[in-house]
Design a protein around this ligand. Structure first.
Ligand code: NQM
Length: 361
């Protein structure tokens, strides 16, 4: 470990999020000490995160901790940590598929995985959920090439594609065992294809689902209603009291407007996402593929092929998904989920965390 006065760190954009990437060996192993250090690295708690790397929004206050894996099915382990902006909290309760997009390139940059000539595939064990992913990205001449033609809606310009494939998970897609539940008086579909998510028809909450994130965040009555639904849904999903956790997420559904399958506005869970999370979109897509869910009559699913285009406030996210709807004796499961994201190395160097607050006083 480098010591806590300065820490080796790479700042990367992963999909539509931005985070600080660390080798596990460069951070304290003990979770409380690691959390205390990361709060100082990111500048939390402070709504502006003025004294740290954080960008004053949950989407830019993220951390990846990466190490070589002992799992024979993985090259590296990835632990995602969400650093709260205005509260002194660091949580491993959720995963992040956007930050995941940077993990493979980071593993090559730090020498955890040897680059192939042309492209490299990195097998990643996601410690937050125990699930696996495989990320494939260009490495011409044995170096990560971040430049390319792929577009990530919500990110300016183009970049190299990072193909992320999620093998079939063991966990059932429906944490409540039902494709439709009524929580706090509202019909919802609770689904988890990598991210516990509650699907809610926007019309049930008296919004169109096409409002901007800022307008939705400003709607106090909506915020209170969403909180009520989330607390009830969290209990039903077996997540216990979710008052202070970042999962489940809430996705409002409305008919598509731009040729996709559905329009979404996703709460993560208080701020409204400016796009949608990768695993959040994978969960929305899975929920739409299950007959009887609340997306029926709202979504327009393609008749052929496995691609579900999820529209969001700054464009769309395509999810390739195939779902086994289950039968009398077996619960529905995802057979295959895949997505193309992009990532970029922004900065590599040493971060100097703000000094720890003095004790006492
Ligand atoms: O759902 C935001 C993000 C995410 C999570 C959030 C994510 C995912 O966009 O896989 O990527 O839902 O908190 O980074």
């Amino acid at each position: 470990m480098t010591g806590t006065a300065q820490v080796r760190c790479m700042l990367m954009r992963g999909g539509t999020s931005k985070g600080a990437y660390f080798l596990a060996a460069d951070l304290p192993a003990e979770p409380a000490a690691r959390a205390a250090l990361l709060l100082r690295v990111m500048g939390s708690p402070d709504p502006r995160q003025i004294d740290g790397l954080g960008g004053a929004h949950p989407l830019t206050s993220k951390v990846a901790v990466v190490s070589a894996s002992r799992d024979p099915g993985a090259d590296v382990d990835y632990l995602f940590l969400q650093v709260a902006v205005d509260r002194p909290e660091v949580t491993d309760r959720q995963n992040c598929g956007n930050i995941l997009a940077g993990v493979g390139p980071f593993a090559v940059e730090r020498g955890l995985v040897a680059a192939g000539d042309g492209e490299t595939s990195v097998r990643i064990r996601m410690l937050n959920t125990g699930e696996h992913a495989v990320a494939t990205f260009p490495t011409p001449g044995g170096r990560v090439d971040y430049g390319g033609d792929a577009v990530t809606a919500g990110v300016p310009g183009t970049a190299a594609p990072v193909l992320i494939r999620f093998p079939p998970g063991d966990r059932p897609l429906l944490p409540t065992g039902k494709v439709r539940d009524t929580v706090a008086g509202t019909a919802v579909t609770c689904v988890d294809n990598g991210m516990p998510t509650v699907l809610i028809p926007a019309s049930a909450l008296r919004v169109t689902g096409y409002e901007s994130p800022a307008d939705l965040e400003a709607d106090q009555a909506l915020g209170e209603r969403l909180h009520e639904i989330r607390l009830a849904a969290g209990r039903l999903m077996g997540l216990g009291d979710v008052a202070r956790t970042t999962v489940p997420k809430l996705s409002l559904l409305a008919p598509p407007r731009h040729g996709g399958a559905v329009t979404t506005r996703t709460f993560i869970p208080v701020r409204c996402h400016t796009a949608i999370g990768v695993l959040g979109a994978a969960s929305v897509a899975a929920g739409l593929r299950l007959p009887g869910g609340v997306g029926e009559g709202i979504a327009r699913l393609p008749g052929r092929g496995d691609r579900v285009r999820v529209e969001h406030p700054t464009g769309f996210l395509d999810i390739d998904i195939s779902v086994d709807p289950g039968s009398a004796g077996s619960a529905p499961r995802a057979r295959r989920t895949a997505v193309v994201r992009t990532a970029r190395k922004i900065f590599d160097g040493t971060v100097f965390p703000a000094p720890a607050p003095a004790l006492g006083g």
